[in-house]
Design a protein around this ligand. Structure first.
Ligand code: NAD
Ligand code: UD1
Length: 345
């Protein structure tokens, strides 16, 4: 049974990935500071899969001695950490503009720390949560992995910087690294049971949790940021991906890295299908039999018209295809929100 360290594993994408990993019989060590999560998500995973083996270590990846202890304990328990899936980080674009140093410290210093400890314990396999935000305003759509890296906000710069660090490590004298940068497009939805889902601690900025709040009556209406974009209906187009498809992409990437020679991968993770804000609203309404009041507002600073993944590379390389469509995302995401209006609490 292989042991995998999952940083940020109590969070939205991390918890869904942990569930998939336990179903594949991996033993997990989850490190999370709970700055944007609660470990109730991990308790739910144990309930959903009673055979799961998860050790939770509460702490910050920037704490070197804590991280050393985590690796050391695993080694002493004869289950050394084989690979790391690295979700831990801050992810709000607006907050990163307001407080860039906090983002450089948490995301970049945190990742450097983690990599130092991985070097110390000769653990050379890592999957990193990157983001489509690193492409910035692209000339082409769908976006391939060869698109220039051109972030437009501090959050995006931290993700691009971590990718650069990982590339440097791969090119260094230590030739045994296995690295995958997974560039997520727009993850939404939840596990179909409605037992785990997205539960951000602060005010959400992303459309899906906001849309759910409107349906719950917590917001009067959805503010649609612009109806004058150069898209077919004037609203922003995104590549929404079901969080379970994203979780499964981590399993496929992990298995691929472990089974193959050392390598460095950059992979887009999306469905390749664009959905406009209005289409998302209409699909949500028809699948969940509800009404979403909305108003058109000015464009949001930093937004782009269109961001859709070219996902040919991951599909041809890995044993993975996205299986769930936008209706599944709306149905499963709303099931979680409606069954748990207060999240995990
Ligand atoms: P999330 O906030 O739900 O999960 C991140 C987890 O990391 C949280 O549980 C948080 O408590 C933990 N964490 C943060 N800083 C930490 C630190 N210094 N030490 C230990 N734990 C720490 O976010 P998510 O949506 O699950 O995103 C996971 C990763 O994917 C993030 O790195 C994010 O930047 C990236 N990503 C997310 C999206 C998205 O839309 N959700 C898109 C692209 C990339
Ligand atoms: C945002 C971030 C991006 C990050 C991604 C995932 C910005 C500028 N970009 O991207 O860096 O990687 O989240 O965390 O913040 N929308 C509305 N009304 C709302 C909210 C959103 O109309 O209240 C629209 C947006 O204009 C966009 C679409 O919905 O067209 C999706 O927005 P969002 O969920 O925030 O994702 P991104 O803009 O892709």
């Amino acid at each position: 049974m292989k042991t995998i360290l999952v940083t940020g594993g109590a969070g939205f994408i991390g918890s869904h990935t942990c569930l998939c990993l336990t179903e594949k019989n991996y033993q997990l060590i989850v490190v999370d500071s709970n700055i944007n999560s609660t470990n109730k998500s991990l308790e739910k995973i144990k309930y959903m899969n009673p055979n799961s083996k998860i050790i939770f270590a509460k702490g910050d990846i920037r704490d070197l001695s804590f991280m050393r202890k985590v690796f050391n304990n695993a080694r002493e328990n004869k289950s050394p950490i084989e690979a790391v899936i690295h979700f831990a980080g801050l992810k709000s674009v607006g907050e990163s503009i307001a407080n860039p140093l906090m983002y450089w410290d948490s995301n970049v210093c945190g990742s450097i720390n983690l990599l130092k400890i991985m070097c110390e314990f000769k653990c050379h396999t890592i999957i990193f949560s990157s983001s489509a935000t690193i492409y910035g305003n692209t000339k082409t759509n769908p976006i391939t992995e060869n698109e220039p890296i051109n972030p437009t906000n501090p959050y995006g710069f931290t993700k691009a910087a971590i990718e650069t660090i990982l590339k440097g490590i791969f090119g260094s004298s230590e030739s045994s690294w296995r690295i995958a940068n997974l560039r997520y497009f727009n993850p939404i939805g939840a596990h179909k049971s409605g037992l785990i889902g997205e539960d951000p601690l602060g005010e959400p900025n992303n459309i899906f949790p906001i849309l759910c709040k409107v349906v719950q009556g917590k917001h009067k209406e959805l503010r649609i940021f612009g109806n004058d974009w150069p898209t077919f209906d004037g609203t922003g187009v995104r590549d929404y991906i079901h969080v379970m498809d994203l979780a499964e992409a981590h399993i496929s990437s992990l298995e691929f890295l472990i089974e193959n020679k050392p390598q460095y991968l950059e992979l887009n993770i999306g469905t390749g299908i664009g959905t406009s804000v209005l289409e998302l609203v209409k699909t949500f309404e028809s699948v969940n039999k509800c009404k979403i009041p909305y108003v058109f507002c000015n464009r949001r600073i930093g937004d782009v018209a269109n961001a859709v993944a070219d996902n040919k590379k991951i599909i041809s390389l890995l044993n993975w295809v996205p299986k769930r469509n936008i209706k599944d995302m709306c149905k499963d995401g709303w099931k979680w929100q409606s069954l748990n209006p207060k999240g995990f609490n």
